[in-house]
Design a protein around this ligand. Structure first.
Ligand code: ACO
Length: 343
């Protein structure tokens, strides 16, 4: 059968990340808000996070991650059909950050769009990439998660400023036509949402409801507002349920999964998901101690570190799950391939 008649599979073939070099430790945060390294470690598992320098933005970080992902996939920008950028901290309201990346990588024949699903953005973007590929609307898709959370965090609010960090990750998703199960294949994806809970995690100002004004700036309305316990409960329930559903959709059992990479929000949330799923601790990957919550970038950054540390190897099945503002959440099951890591 020729490639025209086969249904393509969507496979991850490239992966890249970018992290700012500036490190902000818990002890440093404790010098400007009333907190401590011990409290933050015990309640979140986070020890330090990366903070963008003055020249670093969601575009510059997303672009560097994208360039590495393209090299990793052995592709050039002009071979990309679609650029999807998941971000809650875009370069501008418009043009989209995806269009800016599209131009900078020379993806001259590609469509480009930003995707808004907060910390679940990477899973959402992955699902769009997969849908475009299996429906033959695209062959090569660049998926980016990039966030400059430090610019929307209220550095006077100790309940939120301890949680977030900056960074970017990108993957290349390609059509694979092999008869055998394609390595790297995104086997199943599930997306969920509950807009009735949107009030628990939001940035009230800067949109059409509350445009920037002296008053909105004075009232700190352009920063993250969060009801921590509600987000916590939603994240544990949502990620565990989506994980189960993604397994079911792929006709798989829990035992078929070798590794879980959940959104790196909080070690206690990840432990809650693990325990709800009844997964052994050895199958859970975590790197949030070093980076905090990088929102839509957290999953690709964690996948990158897992590969680098040999925790994620060719042939393994990895389940990824994300949760964020909206509420929006989801999960995907990926049969990991040979994805080269570019330093
Ligand atoms: N240092 C010291 N004390 C603090 C701090 C801090 N940084 N932050 C809050 N506290 C205090 C509170 O003021 C409160 O004091 P009180 O009892 O005197 O009123 C006390 O600690 C307990 O506060 P809680 O909010 O109940 O603490 P909790 O154990 O729930 O932990 C946390 C708070 C870490 C925010 C938790 O609710 C959480 O992780 N929620 C999920 C939030 C999250 O991950 N959001 C990211 C975006 S969404 C996502 O990515 C999933």
């Amino acid at each position: 059968m020729n490639n025209q008649k086969r249904l393509p599979r969507a496979a991850i073939t490239g992966l890249g990340v970018y992290l700012p070099s500036k490190i902000l430790t818990n002890n440093e945060i404790a010098t400007f808000v009333d907190t401590s390294d011990a409290w933050i470690m015990q309640r979140t598992g986070i020890r330090e996070r990366r903070i963008a320098g003055p020249e670093e933005t969601s575009l510059t970080m997303g672009l560097e991650a994208s360039k590495k992902a393209l090299v990793s996939a052995n592709l050039t920008g002009d071979q990309i059909d679609l650029v999807i950028c998941a971000t809650a901290t875009p370069e501008y309201i418009f043009p989209s950050t995806a269009c800016l990346v599209q131009d900078a990588v020379g993806a001259t024949g590609a469509g480009a769009m930003d995707l808004s699903a907060a910390c679940a953005g990477f899973i959402y973007a992955l699902s769009v990439a997969r849908a475009y590929i299996v429906s033959k609307m695209a062959r090569n898709v660049l998926v980016i998660g990039t966030e400059t959370m430090s610019r929307v965090v209220d550095w006077t609010d100790r309940s939120t400023c301890i949680l977030f960090g900056d960074g970017a990750g990108a993957v290349v998703v390609q059509a694979a036509f092999d008869d055998a199960p394609a390595l790297g294949e995104i086997e199943s994806v599930v997306l969920k949402s509950d807009g009735s809970k949107g009030c628990h995690l939001l940035i009230p100002g800067g949109g059409s409801k509350m445009p920037a004004s002296e008053e909105s700036a004075r009232d700190r309305q352009h920063y993250i507002k969060m009801n921590g316990p509600e987000v916590f409960k939603g994240a544990v329930r949502g990620m565990a349920d989506a994980f189960h559903q993604a397994l079911k959709m792929g006709d798989l059992q829990l035992g078929d999964v070798d590794l879980m990479v959940a959104h790196q929000a909080n070690a206690r949330i990840i432990e809650g998901v693990r325990s709800r799923l009844d997964l052994p601790t050895s199958k859970v990957y975590q790197n949030l101690e070093r980076y905090g919550n990088t929102s839509s970038a957290s999953i690709p950054i964690a996948l990158y570190d897992a590969v680098r540390e040999n925790a994620l190897k060719e042939g393994m099945r990895v389940g990824v799950a994300g949760f964020g503002g909206g509420f929006a959440w989801g999960a995907a099951i990926i049969r990991w391939g040979n994805v080269p890591i570019i330093a």
